[in-house]
Design a protein around this ligand. Structure first.
Ligand SMILES: [Zn+2]
Length: 113
C-alpha cells in the first residue's frame, strides 16, 4: 500500500531527526503533502498511529498540511490541476508538467529535549 511505505519513510526520517536533536520526546510531526502525491490523509494518519506505538514517536501528533497542485502546460496554462490522476490540461488536454504538489516532506517537528 502506498500510504504504508510513505508512513514508514516518514517515521524513519522523524526518528533520525529526533535522535540528532537529542529529543527526549516528540510532541508533533508536521508533514506537507502535495495534492498530486495522491495520499489519503486519514489512512496516513492511521498508519502513523499504528507504526509509532512501539517507538519514540509514540503519542506524538501527526499534522498534515495539504499543498495544492500547480502545473504548467505547453499551451501556456499554469495553475491548479482539475484532474489529479491524469494531470491533463483544462485548456488543451495535454499532459501538464507539475511544478508544485508532487512532494511529501517532513516540514517541522516539535520536540522535548
Ligand atoms: Zn494546455
Amino acid at each position: 500500500m502506498h500510504e504504508l511505505s510513505i508512513a514508514t519513510d516518514l517515521i524513519n526520517t522523524a526518528i533520525d531527526t529526533a535522535k540528532q536533536n537529542d529529543a527526549r520526546e516528540v510532541i508533533s510531526v508536521t508533514v506537507e503533502i502535495g495534492e498530486l502525491a495522491l495520499i489519503n490523509p486519514e489512512q496516513l494518519q492511521f498508519m502513523y498511529q499504528v507504526l509509532t506505538e512501539e517507538n519514540m514517536l509514540k503519542g506524538s501528533k501527526l499534522i498534515i498540511i495539504n499543498i495544492p497542485a500547480v502545473a504548467e502546460c505547453e499551451c501556456g496554462y499554469k495553475g491548479p490541476v482539475p484532474d489529479k490522476t491524469t494531470c491533463s490540461c483544462p485548456n488543451c488536454g495535454r499532459t501538464m508538467r507539475a511544478v508544485e504538489g508532487r512532494d511529501i516532506c517532513l516540514k517541522t517537528m516539535e520536540i522535548e529535549v
